[in-house]
Design a binder for this molecule. Structure first.
Ligand code: ZN
Length: 381
C-alpha cells in the first residue's frame, strides 16, 4: 500500500469537514501524517479500504460521523473512544498538563477507532470485547507510531512484548490487523486466565490504581506474566546451556517477581542440579540469583543505600524510597559534603552522593556472572 488517504484528510478542503475541536487540529495533522508513514513503510496489505472508511466517518455528513472532542474526564487516562457514540474524547488535563503526550494519546484513540470498525467488518461487532487485548495492542501499536514516555501505561505493551518475543512474532500494524493474529486470539492461543488477569488489570488501570511502576507488584499483572511463563517456559533444564537460554528468555519479563520466578527456575532445573556435586550446585544457585538481581529496578543504573531495614536507591540525582521514617541532612566531613540519613530506630549512614558510582552495582554483578560462567565451562560439567 502506498497511499495518501490519511494525509488527504488533513488538506484544507477536507479538514473543515472533520468534526474536531480546534485545539486538536495541529496534533491531528501530525498523527495522520505519522500513521500514513507507518502504514506505507510497513507495506501493508490491508483488507479494509481506508480511503472509503475515512470518507465515510470523517468527511461525509451522517449520523455515524466521528467527533473528536476535548472533555474533562474524571479518570486518570488520556482519552477514550466510544464506538457506540462514534466519539473520541481527549482529556482536557492532557492539553493543560501533559501536552507532550497529546499526539500519542490522540493516535491511541484514533487506532481504537480504526481497529473497532475493522474488527466489526471482519468478525462482527463483539470481537473486541476483550478489554485488555484491545487496549494492550492498541497501545503497542500507538507506541510504534508515536513513542510515549508514560511509564505506567507502558505496563500493558510491555507484557505483550514479552509474550511476543516468546512466541517469536513481531507484532506490528499489519500483524495486528491480519486475520492471523485475530484468529490466534480467538482460538485460545493466549492462556485463558491470562485474558482474565489482563481484563482485571485494565480495570484497575482505569480506576487509577496503578501509580508509577507499582503494577509490577500487582497480583493481576503478575498473574499474566506467570501465565505466559508457565505456558511457554515449561521445559526441563538439563544442562548449563539450557539454563542460560532459560534465563535469557525470562530476562525479558517486565515485572521482576523475583521469588516466584526463582522458584520456577529451580523447579525446572532440579533434576539437573540434583545430579551435580555440591560445589557446582552452589555455583548454579549463585548464578541464578545474580541473574535475577541484574533485572532489578527496571534495569536502571542505581546504587543501593541500606539504612536499617530501608532500602533506598540513588540514581545520580535523586534518592528514592525516602519516607516519614527517614530524616536527612548534609554534613561536612573533611572537605566533602555528605548526605546524612537517619531512621527512627537510630540507624544512620553518611552517604557520599558526589562520588557514588551508580554503574558499580551492575558492573560487579556482570563480572561475577562472567566468572561463574567460566568456572562452569572450564570444569566441563
Ligand atoms: Zn485505549
Amino acid at each position: 500500500m502506498n497511499d495518501r488517504c490519511f494525509i488527504n484528510v488533513t488538506n484544507e478542503n477536507n479538514l473543515i469537514k472533520v468534526n474536531i475541536d480546534s485545539r486538536l487540529i495541529e496534533s491531528f495533522k501530525r498523527v495522520m501524517l505519522k500513521l500514513q508513514y507507518y502504514l506505507n513503510e510497513h507495506d501493508l496489505s490491508l483488507e479494509v479500504n481506508y480511503e472509503e472508511y475515512l470518507n465515510k466517518y470523517l468527511l461525509s455528513e451522517s449520523k455515524e460521523k466521528l467527533s473528536i472532542i476535548v472533555d474533562e474526564l474524571d479518570y486518570s487516562i488520556g482519552g477514550d473512544y466510544s464506538s457506540n457514540e462514534k466519539r473520541i474524547r481527549i482529556n482536557e488535563d492532557v492539553l493543560n498538563n501533559h501536552i507532550e503526550e497529546l499526539d500519542h494519546v490522540l493516535c491511541h484513540e484514533f487506532i481504537h477507532f480504526l481497529i473497532h470498525h475493522h474488527s466489526d467488518i471482519l468478525y462482527g461487532s463483539n470481537f473486541m470485547g476483550q478489554l485488555f487485548i484491545d487496549e494492550a495492542f492498541t497501545e503497542l501499536l500507538a507506541r510504534e507510531v508515536i513513542p510515549s514516555k508514560n511509564i505506567y501505561y507502558g505496563a500493558l505493551p510491555n507484557i505483550m512484548n514479552f509474550y511476543n518475543k516468546l512466541v517469536g512474532n513481531n507484532i506490528n500494524y499489519s500483524y495486528l490487523f491480519s486475520h492471523k493474529l485475530q484468529d490466534l486470539m480467538r482460538s485460545g492461543y493466549f492462556p485463558k486466565t491470562f485474558i482474565i488477569h489482563g481484563d482485571n488489570c485494565m480495570q484497575k488501570y482505569k480506576d487509577g490504581e496503578y501509580k508509577d511502576d507499582n503494577y509490577q507488584y500487582d497480583s493481576e499483572y503478575l498473574g499474566m506474566q506467570r501465565d505466559i511463563i508457565n505456558q511457554f517456559c515449561n521445559f526441563e533444564i538439563t544442562n548449563f546451556t539450557d539454563l542460560k537460554v532459560f534465563l535469557e528468555i525470562l530476562g525479558n519479563r517486565p515485572a521482576l517477581d523475583e521469588e516466584w520466578v526463582t522458584n520456577f527456575i529451580f523447579e525446572h532445573i532440579k533434576p539437573y542440579m540434583d545430579s551435580l556435586p555440591e560445589e557446582k550446585y552452589n555455583y548454579l544457585f549463585e548464578y541464578i540469583s545474580l541473574y535475577n538481581s541484574l533485572l532489578k529496578y527496571n534495569q536502571r543504573d542505581v546504587c543501593e543505600i541500606v539504612l536499617g531495614e530501608h532500602l533506598l536507591l540513588f540514581d545520580g540525582n535523586n534518592i528514592e524510597g525516602l519516607n516519614n521514617d527517614i530524616t536527612y541532612s548534609f554534613v561536612i566531613s573533611g572537605n566533602k559534603s555528605l548526605l546524612q540519613l537517619k531512621d527512627k530506630k537510630g540507624n544512620s549512614i553518611n552517604f557520599d552522593y558526589q562520588n557514588a558510582d551508580i554503574f558499580e552495582r551492575k558492573k560487579t554483578i556482570k563480572q561475577r556472572i562472567e566468572e561463574l560462567n567460566k568456572t562452569f565451562l572450564s570444569k566441563s560439567l
